[in-house]
Design a binder for this molecule. Structure first.
Ligand SMILES: Cc1cc2nc3c(=O)[nH]c(=O)nc-3n(C[C@H](O)[C@H](O)[C@H](O)COP(=O)(O)OP(=O)(O)OC[C@H]3O[C@@H](n4cnc5c(N)ncnc54)[C@H](O)[C@@H]3O)c2cc1C
Length: 347
């Protein structure tokens, strides 16, 4: 089939790649230049945390997240480029005065899952991270991981080199079998809308501002993704190779994508410094701001009907959820096309 994908964020690229592997001919539309990193997907820290996210999210996010955690290792093997991916579990901890937050975290997860997940283990943080032993008690979430979203986005782009990629191409309207740009109208067998916040005219989306900092910290040696629970703000530290650490992320109900604020940088950096004094001599190498596309219930949307599909509302879990949502969309798409084939044969 001739299939159009509008929006080349993580949802659009991953869907395009999987459909291309099934033999379909793909056309991608994006309003940005092909190598631009303006999409929200380039901002992500790459945390793959189905369980820890459950503290703030619904059980559906956990289920989809667990499905993605199974798909990621398989799908990454199908990419010729190596994409940094690590699944060694994560740590959740708190300072001594805030230890009550850990019990609260455990209780919330148990209530949402209706049982112990089997993935949460109470530990002394020093058992997993020697340099964080002063933090005392913590939790170890064994099923969690992380990925490099920028490397993933680039690898998917390379895999889509056979696709027609129309960049700098603002789509004004999308309907079943039809894409309308400022210059032209196009027809396809199927059209998928993956525009993130760009689909606001058709969906009740809002942007949720997120900010994070990239640090180079030669004095810090942490392997595990570490979350600090705090009554006012929660931060995570994402270790990347070569003593790079991503400290994030704020969550602000605003579509302002102006540079990182002083307040946010103070909160992020002082929390990181409170976890490990070695961050004191770290260098700030990058600050990142973008807006997460969220629907009113903060849940993702996958909708496929004749000639048309949508993946949106990925909110704060887009990198985690993308494989599961793409798989879901393709299953629905295949069911509809199979039904159409049967109908044609019978009539
Ligand atoms: C600071 C921060 C940290 C995050 N960390 C994580 C994390 O650790 N783990 C995780 O799972 N998620 C994380 N997220 C969330 C994740 O980044 C998003 O959920 C995800 O990127 C959304 O992907 P998307 O493909 O739906 O949208 P986008 O990445 O925004 O892609 C949409 C694309 O559509 C294009 N487009 C829009 N309108 C039009 C139009 N009219 N015509 C043509 N093209 C159009 C855009 O140019 C863009 O390329 C984070 C987000 C932020 C902001």
């Amino acid at each position: 089939m001739q299939i159009a994908i509008v929006g080349a964020g993580i949802a659009g690229r991953m869907l395009a790649w999987r459909l291309q592997k099934l033999g379909h001919k793909i056309t991608i539309f994006d309003k940005e230049e092909r190598n631009s990193q303006a999409a929200c997907s380039f901002a992500a820290a790459g945390i793959l945390s189905p369980l820890a996210e459950l503290e703030m999210a619904e059980a559906a996010i956990f289920e989809l997240g667990c499905c993605s955690m199974q798909l990621y290792p398989q799908w990454l093997q199908e990419l010729p480029q190596t994409v940094f991916f690590k699944q060694i579990g994560s740590l959740v901890t708190a300072h001594n005065n805030d230890k009550v937050e850990l019990q609260h975290f455990k209780n919330v997860i148990k209530r949402k899952l209706g049982a112990d997940s089997g993935y949460v283990e109470a530990i002394a943080v020093g058992e997993k991270e020697q340099e964080l032993k002063q933090l005392g008690d913590g939790l170890y979430l064994s099923n969690e991981g992380q990925i490099d979203p920028i490397a993933l986005m680039k690898a998917l782009q390379q895999e889509l080199s056979q696709a027609q990629w129309l960049d700098n191409c603002l789509v004004k309207n999308i309907e079943a079998n039809r894409v309308v740009t400022e210059q032209q109208e196009y027809s396809f067998d199927w059209v998928f809308d993956c525009r993130g916040l760009g689909a606001k005219q058709d969906l009740p989306l809002r942007g949720v501002r997120g900010e994070l900092l990239w640090l180079k910290a030669p004095d810090v040696n942490i392997e595990h993704l570490t979350r600090l629970m705090h009554p006012r703000y929660r931060i995570y530290i994402v270790p990347r190779p070569d003593n790079i650490y991503i400290i994030g992320a704020t969550e602000i109900e605003s579509e302002d994508s102006s540079p990182l604020s002083v307040r946010s940088s103070l909160e992020l950096l002082s929390a990181a410094y409170s976890v490990h004094k070695g961050f004191g001599e770290a260098r700030i190498i990058k600050s990142v701001v973008n807006c997460r596309p969220a629907l009113p219930d903060n849940l993702p949307l996958v909708k496929v009907e004749q000639g048309f599909g949508q993946i949106n509302g990925l909110y704060r879990h887009g990198i985690l959820l993308a494989p599961a949502l793409v798989e879901k969309a393709i299953t629905q798409f295949q069911a509809l096309t199979e039904h159409e084939k049967q109908y044609a044969v019978n009539s």
